[in-house]
Design a protein around this ligand. Sequence first.
Ligand code: ADP
Length: 167
Amino acid sequence: MTTIQAIQGDITKQAVDAIVNAANTSLLGGGGVDGAIHRAAGPELVFECRMLHGCKTGDAKITKGYRLPAKYIIHAVGPVWRGGQHNEPDLLASCYRRAMEIATAHNLTSLAFPNISTGIYGYPKDKAAEVAITTIQQCLEQPTSVQEVLFVCFEADNFLLYQQLLK
Ligand code: ADP
């Protein structure tokens, strides 16, 4: 049985098999959680990221965690919110699904997600939380190595939303 839990905190501090990054298509770092992960992982991370040659929106790629307590980082690229009629829900769901597939392919057991796309990318937080939770629940109907899914909310409003939806 896999457990799904929400906490409020900083994802760079989580000692899990992999943390998921809300990256951009370049995979070369950026603001928000991406910047925080690159700072905490150290400068070696961007060297490995350069060799990945970017990532499409809705997809994800894995690197080592370097100086993080997490062993790996799964860099997922969420959609920019453009009003909701541009395939945003499918692309956001695809990020969570691809991260779960990659974690399973690497036999990882614990995985921490940030609230992908809800910062600079402007995805409405309530809608994003619904997509995140529903997609993870769907993924857990398939065989997976993942036994613990953690939603790490940086902001109090996101944490509240997840607590309500996971009740
Ligand atoms: P995006 O471009 O996908 O919107 P952001 O990094 O701007 O990515 O925001 C995604 C989410 O990550 C936001 O909810 C933001 O508050 C959150 N966030 C920012 N820093 C951290 C952190 N250190 N740990 C966890 N979440 C974070």
